[in-house]
Ligand binder design. Structure first.
Ligand code: MN3
Length: 192
């Protein structure tokens, strides 16, 4: 069974004006699709064919790791966003953020700094460690918390292809817009 590009969980224009239809058409339809296609090419006829994506990520190195992790990261990113979402978190994620960071504003500031300050391509994450504690971190290129024994709660893609069409080089404007799209319901589902 080859891996498949997941459908976006909303319409291509549903995240506008924060993320445009054109960005989603390229980001999902070209970038994410290319990672899935290259992943399938790399595993075809090898011992990795038929393994789960998580298992490939945990054992692979180099090019295969990059394609597999980028497929995982993008699939997770689409679900981290939602139309008419964002704002202050509700439910158990709100309590967990308050406990870990002192409050939503302090968390938002820390995550924004991580996302805007990350040098080059990568991802900003809210993660949960094995002991249940929450942390904000960023990973380079395709790297992903799963490869480090951490559990992802929410992510923001900070590769230029995530924002260049809408915001050109202004990553801070994209990260500011991200706060209008954060899917706290998904975060609550992920929290252990
Ligand atoms: Mn991307």
């Amino acid at each position: 069974m080859a891996f498949e590009l997941p459908q976006l969980p909303y319409a291509m224009d549903a995240l506008a004006p924060y993320i445009s239809r054109e960005t989603l058409e390229f980001h999902h339809g070209k970038h994410h699709a290319a990672y899935v296609n290259k992943l399938n090419e790399l595993i075809k006829g090898t011992a990795d064919e038929g393994k789960s994506l998580d298992d490939i990520i945990k054992s692979a190195k180099g090019g295969l790791f990059n394609q597999a992790a980028q497929h995982w990261n993008h699939s997770f990113y689409w679900k981290s966003l939602a139309p008419m979402a964002g704002g202050e978190p509700k439910g158990k994620i709100a309590d967990a953020i308050k406990k870990a960071f002192g409050g939503f504003d302090a968390f938002k500031q820390k995550f924004t700094q991580e996302a805007t300050g990350h040098f080059g391509s990568g991802w900003a994450w809210l993660v949960q460690a094995a002991d249940g504690s929450l942390a904000v971190e960023s990973t380079h290129d395709a790297d992903t918390p799963l490869a480090h024994g951490k559990h992802a709660i929410i992510t923001c893609d900070v590769w230029e292809h995530a924002y260049y069409i809408d915001y050109r080089n202004a990553r801070p404007k994209y990260v500011e817009a991200f706060w209008n799209l954060v899917n706290w319901e998904f975060a609550n589902q992920n929290l252990k």
